[in-house]
Ligand binder design. Structure first.
Ligand code: MG
Length: 298
């Protein structure tokens, strides 16, 4: 499986990495060589995954062609990532992060909500994004803060009024998102008929990653297991086949209300089993073959 991630090197330079045929390479460096060999020096460079999404190149075929071409000219061994580096979220500054609420029937019921007849969506501030491995910081005086493990999709092409059967063309890839929520604050705001925005948007409340997997690598996004463990104990164990609104319908519905842009992140909702986090916990969200998003809590 081809899996893409973002990182910074020892000098804090942003780079893109890719796991290709089981080995991790520096894609930014590989592309730079590729453009010298096959393209020209004015071709764009790709220090961020967002730029790859905006260029419409986020396909497994891009990585296959790149590395197969380079292998004709040289060994690609020296393109492996070396030295000190640090993981970043695969998408760090999306224009928007949208969450779908109550998209699994049993989760809607566990929080005392009715099963919706159309998708419920809300915003999370992009400034809440952190990488796998980064700490979730529980704010003071907000009461209960919950984990919510979710499959997330990332948009690869600008679109509005997208038909459900066309939605796949707009989904660049899939990743994992922990939709951390200040539950008591959300409850207070719900009672006052206020939006959920602040409960969803505290700093560090959007762990994202570790990998972004090209959509073509996921055979069926509605056949993926979503598991959350806190301190190695399973707390959520759901299946995306139980979503009330599948990913294609979510993309179509959102695009009737707003233009979706490359890099936009959509969290597709959480299965039942949400619960509170405590300082010292480690929370892991595992989604199918995409990987494990792991964050300590402070
Ligand atoms: Mg959620």
């Amino acid at each position: 499986m081809t899996r893409v991630f973002a990182f910074v090197d020892a000098d804090n330079n942003p780079q893109v990495g890719v796991e290709w045929r089981g080995v991790t390479y520096n894609f930014t460096l590989a592309w730079d060589l590729f453009r010298q060999i096959k393209l020209d020096a004015t071709a764009p460079q790709f220090p961020f995954v967002e730029l790859l999404l905006e260029s419409g190149l986020f396909y497994s075929e891009t990585f296959d062609e790149l590395f197969e071409t380079l292998m004709e000219f040289r060994s690609i061994k020296d393109l492996r990532i070396r030295g000190h580096w640090q993981l970043r979220a695969p998408v760090q500054r999306p224009q928007k992060v949208i969450g779908i609420g109550r998209n699994y029937g049993r989760h809607a019921l566990e929080l005392g909500n009715a099963i919706p007849d159309e998708p419920v969506f809300f915003a999370k501030s992009p400034s809440s994004i952190i990488a796998s491995g980064d700490r979730i910081v529980l704010p003071k005086d907000v009461g209960r803060v919950d984990y919510e493990g979710e499959l997330a999709l990332v948009i690869g092409k600008e679109g509005q009024n997208i038909a459900p059967e066309q939605a796949g063309e707009y989904i660049a890839g899939y990743t994992i998102l922990n939709d951390v929520t200040a539950r008591d604050i959300q409850k207070q705001d719900k009672e006052k008929k206020l939006p959920w925005f602040r409960a969803k948007s505290y700093n560090t409340f959007c762990p994202l990653g570790p990998w972004l997997v090209p959509a073509g690598e996921i055979a069926d996004p509605q056949d993926v297991q979503v598991t959350v463990r806190v301190n190695d104990e399973v707390r959520q164990n759901g299946h995306t086949g139980d979503m009330l609104f599948p990913v294609n319908e979510i993309v179509a519905y959102l695009s009737r209300h707003m233009t979706l842009m490359p890099g936009d992140v959509v969290a597709t909702g959480t299965p039942e089993g949400v619960g509170p986090l405590q300082p010292g916990d480690t929370v892991e969200v595992e989604v199918g073959d995409i990987g494990v998003l792991r964050n300590p809590v402070r």
